[in-house]
Design a binder for this molecule. Sequence first.
Ligand SMILES: Cc1ncc(COP(=O)(O)O)c(C=O)c1O
Length: 274
Amino acid sequence: MGYYENYGPDAVIASATPRYVSLHPPDWTFDEAELRQAFNNNTKAIIINTPHNPTGKVFNREELTLIAELCQKWDVLAFTDEIYEHILYDGNEHIAMATLPGMEERTVTINGLSKTYSVTGWRVGYILANPELTGAIRKVHDFLTVGAPAPLQRAGVAAMQLPQSYYKELARLYQQKRDSLLQILDKVGIPYFIPKGAYYVLADISGFGYKTDVEFTLYLIKEIGVAVVPGSSFFSQPEAGSKFIRFCFSKKPETLAAAGDRLLKLQSILQGAN
Ligand SMILES: Cc1ncc(COP(=O)(O)O)c(C=O)c1O
């Protein structure tokens, strides 16, 4: 499947029974029949993440329209995590689920300051939903966390007044970072999926001959000096992700260059294996 790790445990904490719909490489799209089958009278909500961590997928209008149609047919809410909405490549467009016909009242749009304003340690997020839903969400939020730190919220208000040029520049800078990581992976010879959005690259490590992605990740950290996340941690069935690792390229250019120098040491292993 491939999803941000928190959704599964969060669903369980909320006493929901998660049902997973797979996203299939190389485009990380879902199978229409499998998606349709996942909906039934007990379905309360669907979680969608676009742009997507860890695959970099950006859901297109056709895919979102089908999800919207099923949400309306089964009277289901859509939780859409759009935290990477401004980090898009190659002219890809972000489509907000709430903008689709009939979806405004049944969508809970989730977003945050972390990615757009490069403040991942702040943990300031926000949601947009209809007042009936936000009434309940505010109560749960109050009981769980009380509230976000007020000074950081004020900084958020200032950030949200930045001009459009800020967002354009953000996407341009990330595109440079993405391209420099992809060049490194090309040079080393590691296959990958080109991300359309977000700031991760999912790479295929089958060529290295390691038993598991976790073993390979530990080797990369200890021997090569580059930290990645094992692919299995993003899959409901860990085996499905065990031939992948996830690189994050939200780093300074000099850090990416240093990682590139270190990763070049892997070339000899791949050459030895082939
Ligand atoms: C898809 C997605 N949603 C939400 C978050 C959470 O962001 P934060 O806790 O920084 O607000 C992340 C962070 O990695 C993410 O990748």
